[in-house]
Every structure is written in C-alpha cells, then in structure tokens.
Design a protein around this ligand. Structure first.
Ligand code: C2E
Ligand code: MG
Ligand code: MG
Length: 292
C-alpha cells in the first residue's frame, strides 16, 4: 500500500514538474512575438524621501500581459529574455517608456521626479549601452539626473573593471547609478569604494534582521552607517510593516519603498496617485498619514 502511495506521489510530483517545464517552454516560444504584439507594460512603484516625506520618484517594473496566462512577473521571463538576448530590444523599450512617462509627469505637474530602471548584465555588456542611454534621455527630454539605473551586485562582479568604467561614464554624464539588492555583500569594501554610486538599495532581506533588535539589528545599522560614510544615499526596499518603518525612521535611512506605502501600479494609476491630492502635497500627506 505504502509503495503504491509512494508511486502516486512520484507521479504527482512528476506531473507538476512537467507542467512547470511546459509553461517555461511555452513562455520561451511566446516571448518571441510578445514585443511585436505589444504584450509588455510597465508598472510603477512610488519611492518616498524620509526627511521631507515627499514622493521621490517611481521604480519601473516590467510586466508581461500574456494572452494565455495573464499578467506574468519578471521572475518568470527575465532569465529567458536574457538567454535569448531579447532583453536588449526589450530593455531599450523599457528605458524609452520609463523616460517618456517620467517626462510627461514632471511636465504635467511641475515635478522633478526620478524614474528607476532595472538593467541586466546582457544590456550593460552591449558596446553601445552608453550611447543608447544618452540618446534615449536626450530624445525623451528628461534631465540625465531624472534617470536612475538599478544594477545588481552580481552584474557588477561579472567583470568589475569594465563595469566600473561604463558606470563612471554614465555617472559623469549625470545619470544616477544605484546598487540594487544590497545585502550581505560579496563586494569588498575597496570595490564598494571604487563604484561610482549615487544610491544603495537595501535588500528586503536585511529588513528581516531588524525584527531582532538586540542581535542582528545592529548589523543592518552598521550597513547603513557604512553606506553613509561612503557618502552614498540609501533606500530601503520591500518595506511591508510598521515595525520596519519605525526602525528605519529612527535610523538614518534616506528613502523608502514597499507595499506598506504603495504597490506597483499601472501607468494610468500614477496620475491618480499624484492627482488625488495635487502633486507633492498628496504624497507628503500620504507619508505623514502612514508614519507621522
Ligand atoms: P527589484 O529591482 O529589486 O524590484 C523590487 C521588487 O520587489 C519588485 O518585484 C517589487 O514588486 C517588489 N516589491 C516592492 N515592494 C515590496 C514589498 O513591500 N514586499 C515584497 N515582498 N516585494 C516588494 P517585481 O516587479 O516582481 O520584480 C522583480 C525583479 O525583476 C526586480 O527586482 C528586478 O530585478 C527585475 N526586473 C523588473 N523589471 C525589470 C526590467 O525592466 N528589466 C530587468 N532587467 N529586470 C527587471
Ligand atoms: Mg530595482
Ligand atoms: Mg531590489
């Protein structure tokens, strides 16, 4: 009997596994025509400045509105897009759209908001990456300092000297550079110092430590201190609850982003967020409502 159950379990597991593989394969095939069919869209998640309680900008987050499966998150398709190099045209589309939306909103409401765009290794390795960015910024009409590029540590580690040179060039042109998902880092202190960073985004993993204030909480504090000593701004990501907010307010955290304040929203909703209470005052009162 047990044997039979074991066998059933095996089949059950196997079926699930097959199904997942099947979905991956289908997505891989469907991705080829997805751009032409205009199935991609960007969601935007608000970021707030802690000291002023103001809206700082938005992070652009890619979504795939798949005709068979509905809305799909990046975790399921970015890797495929990287493997097939489709991330290059797709990434260009993302940067272009994010810059245009940023321009539209800043003009319409007289704001100076930043848009953060995630960049993958395959994009950064392209010889014309710098030119593409600068052309897109120029064409959209935003200031270079309105665009922030989110780069993950593993991307930088891939070819450190080369990445430093590309990022330096971008920073010199006024583009903002952010180190995304910064946690218990593999970067050495000297590498961190060599990177031309404007911003470090603390991974939400680090926020887990602060729930144990007498033990590892100190670890998160020291990391924030270290970043400030290097004269880099920081943002806490994935902030979900009041305890985390209270902790971050007591410390020296500069910016904050997470479901506690707002989830990523579709493009049309950005204007709703801003229009609801007239530009920055609304964002400010939202923050004050939430955290005082
Ligand atoms: P990321 O850049 O670190 O983006 C933050 C992720 O955390 C987003 O997931 C966001 O929806 C999620 N998030 C925000 N607030 C909270 C919170 O309070 N709690 C939790 N649990 N999660 C929160 P998303 O949109 O699924 O994106 C995942 C990752 O996919 C991004 O991580 C980024 O690395 C990548 N990605 C997204 N858009 C693009 C893109 O256009 N190009 C590339 N290359 N990668 C992208
Ligand atoms: Mg990011
Ligand atoms: Mg992140």
């Amino acid at each position: 009997k047990a044997k039979k159950m074991g066998k059933n379990c095996y089949y059950f597991y196997n079926d699930q596994f097959k199904e997942a593989l099947n979905r991956q394969n289908m997505l891989r095939t469907m991705l080829i025509s997805a751009m032409n069919n205009q199935e991609f869209l960007l969601y935007y998640q608000p970021q707030y400045e802690i000291p002023t309680r103001r809206l700082r900008g938005f992070e652009a987050l890619l979504r795939w509105n798949n005709p068979a499966f509905g809305l799909i998150l990046p975790v399921e398709f970015i890797k495929i897009a990287e493997e097939t190099k489709q991330i290059i045209p797709l990434g260009k589309w993302v940067i272009k759209n994010a810059c245009e939306v940023c321009k539209m909103i800043n003009d319409k409401y007289g704001l100076n908001l930043i848009v953060s765009v995630n960049i993958s290794l395959v994009q950064l390795q392209e010889k014309d990456f710098f030119d593409t960015i600068m052309e897109t910024v120029k064409h959209s009409g935003i200031k270079p300092s309105n665009l922030e590029l989110d780069i993950k540590e593993n991307v930088i580690m891939e070819n450190f000297d080369y990445m430093v040179s590309v990022l330096k060039k971008l920073k010199k042109a006024g583009i903002r550079i952010a180190l995304d998902d910064f946690g218990l880092s593999n970067l050495s202190l000297s590498q961190l110092k060599r990177l031309p960073l404007d911003m470090v985004k603390l991974d939400k993993e680090l926020l887990n430590y602060i729930e144990y204030p007498n033990s590892q909480g100190a670890l998160t504090d020291s990391i924030i201190d270290l970043i400030h000593h290097l004269d880099i701004e920081m943002l806490a990501e994935g902030v979900e609850n009041k305890e985390q907010v209270d902790y971050l307010l007591k410390g020296n955290c500069d910016n904050i982003q997470g479901f506690f304040f707002a989830e990523p929203v579709a493009r049309e909703k950005i204007e709703e967020i801003i229009e609801k209470g007239v530009s920055e005052n609304e964002a400010q009162s939202r923050m004050i409502q939430k955290i005082g």
